[in-house]
Structures are given as structure tokens and as C-alpha cells.
Design a protein around this ligand. Sequence first.
Ligand code: ZN
Length: 160
Amino acid sequence: MAIRKIRYEGDPILNKRAKEVKEVTPRIKTLIGDMFDTMYEANGCGLAGPQVGILKRICVIDVGEGQKVFINPEIIETSGEQTGDEGCLSVPGKVGTVTRPNYVKARAYNENMELVEIEGTELFARAMCHEFEHLDGHLYTERVEGELRDAVYEEEDEEE
Ligand code: ZN
């Protein structure tokens, strides 16, 4: 396992369409492990292949409900709406308000190349929308309502 270099906004790879994965090779298994490591190291809850310079349709998400791997994902159902702050490891230190569906059902292959359906609400639904868009070369900054803002991190020690 290894930490990979995260690509930042302005890197042209983030605007390219990633390619379908046909088979999960040992290299791809290593990539998936590295993507989780890289995401946790950066305190993120999702990461897509292009963000580490790999133009393959692979995303990893962990919003506190366990590790989820998405290969060649597609959204098959959405409902509701949520409006809230969103950030991206490729746009560090910034947040912006984005409206997303509140419920998302996706179909994707898992790390064993089995076709699965995964559904989620709230943050998990938001993360799926956000990560899948990376695979088509889009960043959330295109959807931000109003201005991008500087992220404000809560102080860990607020004792008086
Ligand atoms: Zn992102």
C-alpha cells in the first residue's frame, strides 16, 4: 500500500473522461488499496481514479459506513434533494454549496468484478454523485451555488 500524489484543479487529467475497467488485475487491486490509503491520509471521504492520475473508472468512498469500491459506476435512481457544503481533495482548503439528490442508487462492479447495486442517502449519496462526476472529467466547482469559500476547520481544543 502506498500514498499516491493527489492531482489538483488545473491539472488537465481532471478534465478528461476516464476509461472503463474490463478486468480487475493485481495492479488494479493495488491501486484500489492505495486510493483508500491516499484518501484517509488526506482526511477525505471519497476519491476517484483521475485524482491520482489514473484515467480509469474507479472510485472509493468511506463516509463512515465502511469501505465502498465502485468500478464503472452508473447512477440508476435518484430522489429528493439536499443542499449543503461540499469539498474536494483536488481543490484543497475550499468548500462550496451544491445541491444534490438526497437518495442515490448506483450500479457498479466491486473489487471482485461482481455487479452490485449500492444505495445511499445524505453524505453517501452526495459522495457518489461527486466521485462519479470525476470520471467524466467534471469537478464540483462547476456546480457551486454562489462563491467558493475558504474551508473553516473547527478547532480541536476549545477549552476556556
Ligand atoms: Zn472531488
